[in-house]
Structures are given as C-alpha cells and as structure tokens.
Ligand binder design. Structure first.
Ligand SMILES: [Zn+2]
Length: 295
C-alpha cells in the first residue's frame, strides 16, 4: 500500500478519516478516505501501489472500458452516455471560442472523441487501457496513445483538454495538472468532470455512495478543492455546471452497495431530489468545472 504523507494540493500533513468505503466491483474490501485538515481535499489513503491498481479495474463491472450492452444498469449507462455526449459537445463549443485542438485525457473507448471529431475538432486522445484503445481503433478508427507515450514537452499547443471522470483516477495529481497547464495555450480551457461529495446523494449514501469508488478514485473533490487547484496551478474557474444524469446512475449503484440489490424507485427518487436540490446551488452528484489558463 502507498500512504500519502502530504496533501497533493496544499502540502499539509495532517489528515482525519472521514469515510470507510467498500470496493464494490469485486471481492469486498474496505478503504479509508482521509480529509486534509488544511484544504479539505479527500484522499483514498492508504491506497494500493500503482502496479496493483490495475486489478481493481479488471472487474467485469468496469463498463467504461468496453462497449458491451448487457444488464439493465449497463443499458442505462450506454443510453445516458449517448445523450450526455451531445451535451459535452455543446459545452466545448460554448466555452472554446473556435474549434481547434482538443485532447481528451482518459478517452476510454473514444465515444466522446469521435463525436468531437465529427463536429470539426482536431482530436487526440490518451488512454491507459490497451483494451479500450483497441476498441477505439476498431469502433471509431481512433488512434489513442498510452499516457507514457504522450509528448508533454511542446507548449501552448492545445485549445482544450477534457477529463470526463478521469482526474479522480490519476496518481501524481499535481504533475498531471502541471502538464495540462503547459500543453494549453493562454486562455485555453481545461474541462474537468468529477463526482461531488457535497451532493444530496453523496450525503444520503455515506460510505455506500458509489462515486467514492475506492480504490479506483484516489481523490474526492468538492468545489473548494477545484478552486484551490485552479489558483495554485495558474488557472481560474470560469464556470461550474451540474451533470444531471450521474445522480441517477450513481444512486442505482449506491442502492446495490447499501442493500445488496437495486430498488429502482428509490434510486430514481434520490436522483431526482439530488438534481432538484442541485439546480440552484450547483451541487449535483457530479460537476463539470471549466478552468481557463490565465498565466
Ligand atoms: Zn490539502
């Protein structure tokens, strides 16, 4: 196991345990989430060694690496993904003045990247899973690259970098943010979608909230954390948007974790309340942050 001694955002070394959450994609195992007492970032701590993390992704349940359609919950995932991808394309066109160079970091099977390419963007994608890269090639003729092969040395080349539910998975958080900052042009946009543990569904399910997703999620963010990251690494938070579908999907998974089976009515009801509460406060189950490179 790896134990973080210092917070990757503020460097402080004082932590308090806030959650003890189960791994739910395979044989049950519990992981501790600690809160930095300085900046309040939540960290899965301790966590498995980088080389051991792979096995937690190998579960049949990890749908974002495949395009299979099987259980109802997978079908919902794929249906929602079709609608959500249109929203993501609208968002990048909204926040970036002119279609240019887009990097999708953690591109999965390339579903979003293909839609962006069809929409007129010049696209590149990084994806660590070889299986996902193969699927992207087969299904969308996209050549995604392994994270180790991506060239971070050329500066100011990109108009937009997107991370759709990826930042929370990345070891070496601060190195990644520095790389994104280098690669973006001034005024370029870093779009980060991550779960929000201040949402209603997160509060309701506590340790069973599926979007804690330990140990795959190494960090657990709230709005303040992204504001701190922006300030420390040369960005400003330009906009925050709710992701309305995630609360339903996450509530379904959370029902299964909490009670062993899914009560669809309760999951949909929780998702609905979560979205109603989020509408005015920008506090949905997942949030999209648009960060702009300022210097
Ligand atoms: Zn901190």
């Amino acid at each position: 196991m790896v134990e973080e001694k210092n917070c990757p955002v503020c460097g402080a070394s004082s932590f308090k345990t806030v959650r003890n959450a189960p791994y739910f994609r395979g044989e049950k195992e519990y992981f501790t989430i600690q809160e930095c007492q300085e900046c309040k970032l939540w960290i899965t701590n301790p966590r498995p060694e980088d080389d051991d993390l792979g096995k937690y992704y190998e579960s049949e349940d990890y749908v974002s690496h495949t395009d299979k359609k099987e259980s109802l919950i997978d079908k919902v995932y794929h249906l929602v993904r079709n609608i959500a991808v249109k929203g993501k394309i609208r968002l990048i066109n909204d926040v970036v003045a002119q279609k240019g160079k887009l990097l999708d970091y953690g591109a999965g099977t390339g579903f979003f990247l293909k839609a962006a390419q069809d929409n007129g963007w010049q696209v590149t994608g990084v994806e660590p899973s070889a299986e996902a890269r193969r699927n992207a090639k087969e299904n969308h003729n996209l050549d995604l690259v392994d994270p180790d092969s991506y060239d971070w040395s050329s500066e100011n080349k990109l108009d937009c970098i997107s991370l759709w539910h990826v930042l929370e998975h990345l070891p070496n958080l601060s190195n990644h943010i520095k790389n994104f900052h280098t690669a973006l042009r001034a005024g370029g946009k870093l779009i980060i979608a991550v779960p929000n543990h201040e949402s209603y569904d997160a509060q309701k399910y506590g340790n069973a909230w599926a979007a804690l997703d330990v140990p795959l999620h190494l960090y657990h963010f709230k709005k303040k954390n992204l504001e701190d990251i922006a300030e420390r690494f040369g960005f400003r938070v330009k906009e925050i948007r709710n992701m309305p579908f995630d609360s339903f999907y996450v509530s379904m998974l959370s029902e299964k974790i909490a009670r062993g089976k899914i009560n669809y009515f309760r999951a949909v009801w929780t998702g609905l309340i979560s979205n109603l509460k989020a509408a005015s406060q920008k506090n949905a189950s997942s949030l999209i942050y648009v960060l702009e490179k300022v210097k």
